[in-house]
Design a protein around this ligand. Structure first.
Ligand code: TXA
Ligand code: MG
Length: 331
């Protein structure tokens, strides 16, 4: 007998926002994960207080369970019902929420967030997303645990079509909010006393946080400690093709990703050429990054050559993701 293939229903939130929220709340209430648009990447969301629901996230993604999930809240007031804010974290929340910033905070006792969401840690990664997903959380009135809506280790999705292609046969509902505007995951910060640590560069530029606080962030040295940001495992965002960074030329048969219209020798030999931002805008480059990596991979080229990308602003997150895409595969 052929296997039963489930196909996810896709609802366009622009054409029916109320139906999207009602359908999503119904599925979430049943303990099913739902793919939702956020400004960073699409998330695979489930009720963070329901262990069966959170288990389904791990199963759907094939994600190791020692890797904690970010819990999404509708606003700062909701976040304060679950986590304890120190003054610096509160300042960051007030400045950057709603938006692409995750704060790692001590979990309040009896918060109701299940240990499967936090992988048993006494801290929780909290984020207030911008736009539709915050509205959905307010309607559901429970925190949503949501990693990126992709098979673990693969490139994160920035459109409903990306989610459908990867996980469409494992989900019942995908909400389509168009192309994600930021395009890279949230910046993860952990405040410990006077120290402010950058656990993952992301959609809020580290310089903007440093400017607000008037101090430098502590960067991770080398590979991040596994339990603190396991999303930072060496190989991640891996296309099928090999990825070659800092390319100054393209070899015949390679796909090429460049930036700012900069000339790359041999580009006419490439099977396909993408420019993350012809005008050299790093925000535009971040928004295009995962889609162009997927399209370059879809050419079937054995190797993707990527030109050098500036490291300031969102360039830090872009270079971080590219390094992981290029890292030796763990198999
Ligand atoms: O932009 C984003 O953050 C997206 C969208 C969907 O919101 N979500 C996302 O989730 O990127 P995920 O699961 O792919 O990444 C979660 C990262 C992991 O590296 C995890 O280790 C870290 O957050 N994390 C979560 N809780 C943590 C905690 N209590 N302590 C330290 N790191 C934590
Ligand atoms: Mg991810």
């Amino acid at each position: 007998m052929p296997p039963f293939i489930m196909a996810a229903r896709i609802i366009d939130i622009a054409s029916d926002r109320d139906a999207a929220i009602a359908q999503a709340c119904a599925r979430l209430g049943e303990g099913l994960p739902v793919a939702i648009p956020t400004e960073t990447v699409y998330g695979l969301a489930a009720d963070a207080t329901n262990p069966a629901a959170v288990t389904r996230i791990y199963e759907t993604k094939g994600r190791p369970r020692f890797n904690p999930l970010i819990c999404h809240m509708s606003d700062l007031a909701m976040a304060e019902r679950y986590a304890r804010f120190d003054p610096i974290s509160r300042r960051l929340a007030e400045a950057f929420w709603p938006g692409p910033l995750t704060l790692v905070l001590p979990l309040l006792p009896d918060s109701g967030i299940h240990a499967l969401s936090t992988a048993g840690l006494d801290t929780v990664g909290v984020r207030v997303p911008k736009g539709f997903s915050a509205e959905l959380i307010a309607a559901f009135d429970r925190p949503l645990a949501a990693p990126s809506a992709n098979t673990s280790g693969k490139i994160s999705p920035t459109s409903a079509q990306h989610v459908a292609a990867d996980l469409g046969d494992k989900l019942t509902l995908i909400l389509d909010g168009g192309q994600a505007s930021v395009g890279v995951e949230s910046t993860i910060i952990r405040v410990e006393g006077e120290r402010v640590r950058l656990l993952r560069p992301g959609g809020v530029a580290a310089e903007d946080i440093e400017a607000l606080l008037g101090c430098l962030l502590e960067r991770q040295e080398g590979a991040a400690p596994a339990i603190e940001a396991p999303g930072m495992m060496a190989s991640h965002y891996a296309p099928a093709a090999a990825v070659r960074l800092e390319a100054t030329s393209a070899a015949g048969g390679e796909a090429l990703i460049r930036f700012g219209g900069m000339p790359v020798s041999g580009f006419d030999e490439a099977v396909a050429v993408f420019d993350l931002s012809p005008s050299g805008n790093l925000q535009e480059a971040a928004a295009n990054l995962f889609d162009m990596l997927k399209r370059a991979d879809a050419t079937g080229a054995a190797s993707i050559a990527v030109a050098s990308i500036p490291v300031h602003g969102l360039g830090e997150a872009i270079n971080d993701r590219l390094l992981r895409a290029a890292a030796p595969r763990e198999g």
